[in-house]
Design a protein around this ligand. Sequence first.
Ligand code: RIB
Ligand code: CA
Length: 326
Amino acid sequence: MKRKIILDCDPGHDDAIAIMLAAQHLDVLGISTVGGNCSLENVTINALKILELIGRPDIPVYPGHSRPTVGELVTAPQFHGKSGLDGPDLPAPKIKPREKHGVDFITDTLRSAAAGGITLAATGPLTNIAAALNRAPDIAGRIREICVMGGSVTFGNWTPQAEFNIFVDPEAAYRVFNSGVPVKMCGLNLTRQCVITEAELNLIRKIPTRTARAAADMLGFYVEAERKNLGIPGGDLHDPCAVAWLIDPSLITGAAMHITVELKGEFTRGMTVCDYRHLHAGDPERDLCHNPAISFRGKEPNAEAGLRLNRDGFMKLLLDTLARYP
Ligand code: RIB
Ligand code: CA
């Protein structure tokens, strides 16, 4: 039985790869889109394009919120281009988004399913998920867990301390991390272990399918954008890590800790404040590995933060998955 998920995303190049992983290995009940990397209109079109590309027009797409809980939308054209998915020449989608709002899709689906049967995977700002929790607080007890690509146990990307998805809507992230729902945080400290290299991109280019060709064109654009903006020799596959964690939990080693979100800091708004003082084992070799002998000095954990990635295992999953699409 494939794990049932709702994927809330803002495609976005790495979201697109995350959709490809999820559609093949998980039971994707639907995709809700959220303003983030690009406008809601564009990320919704991009989600439809990807689903058509991989031959999964059956997965419904529900547009959610176009802007964050507070303030204006911040987008990332320098990484994803004007369309939000620059690079591949994908035709305008024939399939249409559903009429129902993404937040209503999330709440209705959770209320009609068995409690604990559905996981929320979030690879964009958490606006829709927080809105669902605010509109229907009863769903908190019905969600198996929320796996978030966002935040960081160490440092940020959009600001020195804040990661983009959290920075765009810190109020929403605060609501999600403090909802009482189990949260997996796939933060930058983890996803930066997953920078796809030119050599790996060439392996994808060799896969003779339309999906792999489009993925290679997407990642080619994204790698160049990251090289230009960050000076790194590849592209961070942030969102696919969060989905891979749900596909094969053995790919990521995490640790339980308390995580909340800074809302007021002049320099730290959007920071995920991670309390892992209990993981200090007094020995650099054992630090950040849970040591039950250490009495708990931090706040009671409300989340699991990903710390170590099995990068070879991830890359095998990615290449095998791409090779199986048409
Ligand atoms: O900071 C990385 C995150 O922001 C990823 O989800 C990427 O798609 C952007 O949304
Ligand atoms: Ca994203």
